[in-house]
Ligand binder design. Structure first.
Ligand SMILES: [Zn+2]
Length: 235
């Protein structure tokens, strides 16, 4: 295994990786994500209020129906009072009490309807406010997105150049070496660590006497007992 060549390749590979990570951690990108989340959140709140208003409308319609039914009953009762002069006073009292109960019930319906109406009105005002705030953030988002898109296009080019450079270096490597490197990189990056003072500089574990002996004796590359990185001793 040509560790020196692999180590050289790793510098390019890591640089490209680092830049890719920087890109995905960009402050603008994070801010855009935050704004997009906020807008989504406001849309959900708006929809929730919309559903609440719908429910209030339905309840209000039921109240109205009930009030109409009660009014009709009241009209019938009023009509029945036309023969009042022939009734006993007890009957009159009963009928008047019945009428009063109806009036109370009608009043309660109206009160509920008024309550629902003002609740729905305030919910609608809430919706207007949500829309206004979401629109403000959306316009900030749009402006920032424009800037970000320009930067992103440039960064993408730069990343491609870095990656191309690394790929060019990779072409000079032994295929099996590169394969091994990629395998280790899947669970451990960077995949090669220097051996300094008998320590793996990837995980800072002091290597066992056995492993150190192996490194000295073998021409093959040895991996760290602890982290699995390829160990590169420059000397
Ligand atoms: Zn290690």
């Amino acid at each position: 295994m040509n560790l020196a060549a692999l180590w050289n390749y790793m510098q390019y590979d890591i640089e490209a990786d680092k830049f890719r990570i920087e890109m995905s951690n960009s402050e603008k990108r994070k801010k855009l994500q935050k704004q997009a989340d906020y807008i989504k959140e406001q849309q959900a709140r708006f929809a929730k209020i919309e559903a609440d208003i719908q429910q209030m409308d339905e309840r209000s319609a039921k109240c109205k129906e009930e009030a109409e039914r009660l009014c009709k009953l009241f009209d019938e009762m009023s009509a029945a009072l036309s023969g009042i002069e022939n009734m006993e006073s007890e009957e009159i009292t009963q009928k008047l009490q019945g009428a009063q109960r109806l009036l109370n019930a009608i009043e309660a319906c109206e009160k509920e309807m008024n309550g629902l109406k003002s609740e729905a009105d305030s919910a609608e005002r809430g919706q207007v406010e949500i829309k206004r705030r979401a629109a403000k953030v959306k316009s900030e988002y749009d402006a920032l997105k424009k800037e970000y898109d320009v930067e992103f296009a440039q960064d993408k080019q730069k990343l491609k150049a870095l990656r191309d450079e690394a790929d060019k270096q990779a072409e000079t490597l032994d295929k099996a070496d590169l394969e091994r490197y990629k395998q280790i990189k899947q669970h451990c990056t960077p995949p090669i660590a220097k051996l300094v003072n008998n320590q793996c500089t990837g995980c800072f574990m002091t290597l066992s006497v056995g492993t150190l002996r192996e490194i000295k004796a073998s021409s093959e590359a040895i991996t760290c007992d602890n982290c699995g990185r390829l160990l590169y001793s420059a000397d």
